[in-house]
Write a protein that binds this ligand. Structure first.
Ligand SMILES: C[S@@+](CC[C@H](N)C(=O)[O-])C[C@H]1O[C@@H](n2cnc3c(N)ncnc32)[C@H](O)[C@@H]1O
Length: 461
C-alpha cells in the first residue's frame, strides 16, 4: 500500500502531522472497509461537534449570487460563484467585535466582501489570483466623485453618436474569437478601440466592465459547466448600434448605483495568492471567504472569453500561470505539488490509496484532492499570520464525492485549522448538494448526508 502523496516527487521540508487520524488502524482497501472508515470518521467528528442546519430561506445559500443581481454595485458583473451580499453582511454583523474591525477575504473574487464592508464602514482587504475578478472588484470598490460622474454621463452621450471607424486587433486566441459572428466581433473590437482612447481612467474602467458584462449575451456561446456551449436559435449578429445600446443600458445602471451608494470606508484588493506568504497592511479581525471547491471547476476555462477579450490573457502562458497560482481544485492541468504537507492524513493516505485503485473519470482526481487540502492548509497557515488575536474566520465550502467516497471538506478543513492552532467554533450547513447521476448511483445512502455546502467557523487565539 502506498503511503502519503507522491513522496518521491515532493520535497517535504517540515510536515505538520495530523495525529487526529491514525491510519495504522486500517490496512484493507476493500470498498466497504474504506467507506465505513470514512463514514465513522466524519460521524465521530459530528458527534462531538454537531452540524447546525441553518434556515436558508433568506438568501438561499451563501454562494447564491441571485441576490447580488438586484443589489446596487454587486449587480455590475455576474460571477457564478459570488457570495450573496446579504450573507456577507450578516456574517460581519454577527461576529464583529468593534466598529473598527478589519475585514479580509483571501479569495476575494469580484469583491462582494469588500463592497459590503465599505457599505458598513469597515476597512477591508482581499486577495485573488484571477486578474479579471480583481479588476472588477477594484472598479466596484472605487470611490467616484462628481467629476467622474459627469465624465461618465458625457461618455454615454458620445458613445450614442460616435462613428466607430478604428478597431483593435482580435485577441491572440482564435477559439475565443470564434464565439462571435464576424459582425459582432467587428463591433466589439471597435468599441474596445474607442474605450482605449478615454482619458478618465475610472470612466474607462467602468465602460470596459460594461463591455465585459455584455460579452456573453452577444456571443454565439454561453457558459456551461466548465466551458461554453453553443446557444440554440440565437440571432447572433450584433452590429455597432445594438452593441452600443446594450453598453448604454449598462452605463445607466452604473450611474444610478454610483449616485445611490455611499461607501463609508476603503479597501485594498491585492493580486496575491493566499497560499503564498503575504502581509496585510492591517491585521484582520473578521475573515469571510469561499475558496474554489474541490469540484473540478476551472475558472481559467469558464471565464476564457472575458479573460482574453479583457486583455488579461495575452498568451497561453498567462493561462498557465493563472492555473499555477490557483488552488488545486480541478484536473485540467498537471499540477506540481508546491509546498510541504499541510493537508489531511485521511485524504493523503486512505482516500488517496483507495481512489487511486478506482476507475475514475480522470486519473488525476486522487492527486487533485491531496493537493487541494494541502493548499487549503497552507492558506490557513498564511492567514493566521495576518490575524489579530480573537479574529473570527468563516470559510464557506462545498463537500464533494468521488468514486462514491464523500469528501467532507468542511470537517477536513476544520481539523486542519485545529492542527494549526485555530479554535473550532462550528459548522453550519446551508444546503444539501446534489451530485452527478453517476455518483448518485454509487454513493451509499448513509453517506449522502455529508454532501452539503457549509460555513466553517474558526477563531484565532
Ligand atoms: C468562490 S470564488 C470567490 C467569490 C467571492 N466570494 C465573490 O463573492 O466574488 C473563489 C475565488 O478564489 C480565487 N482563487 C483561486 N486560487 C486562489 C489563490 N491561490 N489565492 C487567492 N485566490 C484564489 C478564484 O480566482 C476565485 O475568484
Amino acid at each position: 500500500m502506498r503511503t502519503g502523496f507522491l513522496l518521491d516527487e515532493i520535497n517535504i521540508v517540515e510536515e505538520p502531522q495530523l495525529d487526529i487520524f491514525n491510519p495504522d488502524k486500517y490496512v484493507e482497501t476493500d470498498s466497504n472497509v474504506l467507506l465505513n472508515l470514512v463514514n465513522e470518521y466524519y460521524t465521530s467528528f459530528e458527534k462531538t461537534n454537531p452540524i447546525k442546519l441553518v434556515n436558508k430561506s433568506q438568501f438561499n445559500t451563501p454562494v447564491n449570487f441571485k441576490q447580488a443581481k438586484t443589489s446596487p454595485i454587486h449587480r455590475w458583473y455576474t460571477y457564478k460563484e459570488g457570495f450573496s451580499p446579504f450573507f456577507v453582511r450578516q456574517f460581519i454583523e454577527r461576529f464583529k467585535s468593534s466598529d473598527k474591525n478589519v475585514v479580509f477575504d483571501p479569495f476575494g473574487g469580484i469583491g462582494t466582501t469588500v463592497v459590503e464592508s465599505q457599505l458598513l464602514g469597515f476597512n477591508a482587504y482581499s486577495n485573488d489570483v484571477n486578474p479579471l475578478s480583481n479588476f472588477i472588484a477594484n472598479v466596484k470598490a472605487e470611490q467616484y466623485n462628481q467629476k467622474d460622474l459627469a465624465d461618465l454621463e458625457k461618455e454615454k452621450k458620445n458613445i450614442a453618436t460616435h462613428t466607430f471607424k478604428i478597431k483593435n486587433n482580435p485577441p491572440d486566441n482564435e477559439t475565443v474569437s470564434s464565439y462571435f459572428t464576424e459582425i459582432t466581433l467587428d463591433s466589439v473590437l471597435k468599441v474596445q478601440a474607442y474605450i482605449d482612447t478615454l482619458e478618465n481612467e475610472k470612466v474607462r474602467n467602468l465602460i470596459f466592465i460594461a463591455l465585459l458584462t455584455i460579452l456573453e449575451s452577444i456571443s454565439t456561446h454561453r457558459k456551461d459547466g466548465n466551458g461554453v456551449k453553443r446557444k440554440k436559435n440565437f440571432k447572433a449578429d450584433f452590429g455597432i448600434d445594438k452593441v452600443t445600446s446594450l453598453l448604454i443600458s449598462q452605463i445607466d445602471l452604473f450611474i444610478f448605483d454610483i449616485k445611490n451608494t455611499h461607501f463609508k470606508s476603503k479597501s485594498l484588493i491585492q493580486s496575491q495568492s493566499s497560499f503564498e506568504e503575504y502581509t496585510l497592511n492591517q491585521k484582520a479581525d473578521l475573515v469571510i471567504t469561499s475558496p474554489p471547491y474541490a469540484n473540478c471547476f476551472d475558472y481559467s476555462k469558464v471565464y476564457l472569453v472575458e479573460l482574453w477579450f479583457g486583455g488579461f490573457f495575452k498568451s497561453k502562458n498567462d493561462q498557465k500561470s493563472f492555473r499555477e497560482s490557483s488552488i488545486i481544485s480541478h484536473v485540467h492541468y498537471k499540477w506540481k505539488c508546491r509546498h510541504q504537507d499541510f493537508g489531511h492524513k485521511l485524504v493523503n493516505e486512505e482516500i488517496y490509496n483507495y481512489l487511486s485503485e478506482q476507475n475514475l473519470w480522470d486519473r488525476k482526481i486522487p492527486q487533485m484532492l491531496v493537493g487541494y487540502f494541502n493548499d487549503i492548509g497552507k492558506v490557513l497557515f498564511e492567514l493566521s499570520k495576518n490575524l489579530n488575536k480573537g479574529a473570527t474566520v468563516g470559510f464557506v465550502v462545498g463537500n464533494s464525492v468521488y468514486g462514491g467516497v464523500p469528501i467532507a471538506t468542511d470537517i477536513l478543513l476544520a481539523e486542519i485549522g485545529l492542527k494549526l492552532g485555530y479554535k473550532f467554533i462550528g459548522i453550519e450547513s446551508y444546503r444539501t448538494l446534489t451530485t452527478s447521476s453517476q455518483q448518485q448511483k454509487i454513493i451509499r445512502e448513509q453517506d449522502k448526508k455529508f454532501l452539503r455546502e457549509s460555513l466553517v467557523i474558526l477563531k484565532w487565539n
